[in-house]
Design a protein around this ligand. Sequence first.
Ligand code: MF3
Ligand code: CO
Ligand code: CO
Length: 254
Amino acid sequence: MSENYKEAFEKTRVAGLIAAGALDEVAKIIKPGIETNQIDKLCFEYINDHGAYSAPLLYRGFPKSCCTSTNHIVCHGIPSDKVLKDGDIVNVDVTALKNGWHGDTSRTFEIGNVSVKAKKLIQTTYEAMMQAISIVKDNINLGDIGSTIQKYVEAQGFSVVQDFCGHGIGKSFHEEPNVLHYGKKGTGEKIKTGMIFTIEPMINLGKFETKTLSDGWTAVTKDKSLSAQFEHTVGVTKNGCEIFTLSNKKQLIK
Ligand code: MF3
Ligand code: CO
Ligand code: CO
């Protein structure tokens, strides 16, 4: 974070809008019968067409342009020829790199008709992210974000993943600080005007534990319960924050 954070905000705004735009395009095509590879192709092309680079592609060897995490996959699912079917839920996570700056966002989509429990999980995850975003401003503690999410989620009977967190973002994809989605109010470092980071809670229907599959990427719930996630990139201001990855369109979950 620098004194000149306005420039950082402007550049992140541009990257964030491209990432959000890619998800708006995904929302139009996502339905039973498509392969997650088709989502990947769409993200790659949309981001490319907007003069940006898909940051996940080749990041630490990641083979695709976005992450597609279905059902009990918590995060970092790799797009493949897997076909989405009625009743699935799938998180699509995209990150655009434009003029040297990153915008990172994800949404969980419902495929056809999903169970009442899955709907509640998705709604709770989105609401937890938005409640956390609503308290962000200069001089709060990072732990205030985690505790806001954890309290809300656990009151609904769901659990907060602890093995992955939000992160500072800017010229690098992942920077300090780690933004935990659980914790205690008043703990952790103070956040300051000009900081840019993601809030991206992963919430499980069952227990919080995860494990990573032998591909080295795909993280799943240990108990095979459903998991949902949403992510926004935000910039801290004196009295609140700016969300850089809001959709131009209405923020539809489906
Ligand atoms: N977009 C993810 C995040 O929110 C990171 C994906 S890294 C990848 O931080 F290599 F899996 F793409
Ligand atoms: Co992120
Ligand atoms: Co992301």
